[in-house]
Design a protein around this ligand. Structure first.
Ligand code: GRF
Length: 199
């Protein structure tokens, strides 16, 4: 562990293959940051085991357990402060980020989305729903977008987009795989540039 590196909190809700890619990049020193905390919106998220294996502290954040949205946001803020988090990296996190957190981490939260935003974004557009919609529309290309996070789903300024082809005989699973390959490759690179203020 290098204490001079910026500290990241990686937020997940599911499988955590992007988290795993970031963990591996950090090990190889290709990610110029420390993953200091993993925040999960579910205790069933498969990605949690990846955090445990890498000995990264994990925090299960369930806003519904609090009396109010404000109290929930305060609890999350407390955790982020406790771990001295500099940047929040959303990696398959399907919940909205509270306004208080967006304000406290202004321009320091990014997300990765498996489509070419502004197409196929917004509430309910996650996982296989995205790829099904792309195939149903007959698009010839799709891809991934890394963007700043604001109070709307999949909405902030785009930092990077990478395109992939869509084939005539594609399935949502095949398209998802092709896009995830790009996500895993590019997320660490974009994070490095972002935390240095180059994007
Ligand atoms: C990724 O495809 C990402 O674009 C989207 O959610 C998916 C998360 O996958 N936001 P994983 O949990 O990293 O495997």
């Amino acid at each position: 562990m290098n204490n001079s590196l910026p500290k990241l909190a990686v937020f997940i809700s599911g499988t955590g293959t992007n988290l795993q890619a970031l963990i591996e990049a950090a090990k190889k020193k290709k990610l110029e940051a420390e993953i200091a905390l993993v925040v999960s919106s579910s205790e069933a998220a498969l990605g949690l085991s990846k955090a445990t294996k890498a000995k990264i502290p994990a925090y299960i954040y369930l806003p519904k357990e609090y009396q109010s949205k404000e109290e929930a946001a305060q609890a999350l803020m407390g955790k982020l402060k406790e771990f001295k988090i500099d940047f929040i990296i959303l990696a398959g996190y399907i919940k909205l980020i509270a306004g208080e957190i967006i304000a406290a981490f202004e321009n320091r939260i990014i997300n990765i989305h498996p489509a070419l935003l502004p197409k196929y974004g917004g509430k309910g557009m996650y996982g296989t729903h995205v790829h099904e919609a792309v195939l149903a529309a007959g698009d010839k290309e799709s891809g991934m977008t890394i963007h700043l996070v604001d109070e709307q789903y999949d909405h902030g300024r785009v930092l990077t987009q990478i395109k992939v082809p869509v084939y005539d005989d594609d399935t949502p699973a095949l398209l998802a795989q092709r896009i995830q390959k790009e996500e895993h490759k590019h997320y660490p690179i974009v994070i490095n540039k972002f935390i240095k203020g180059e994007l």
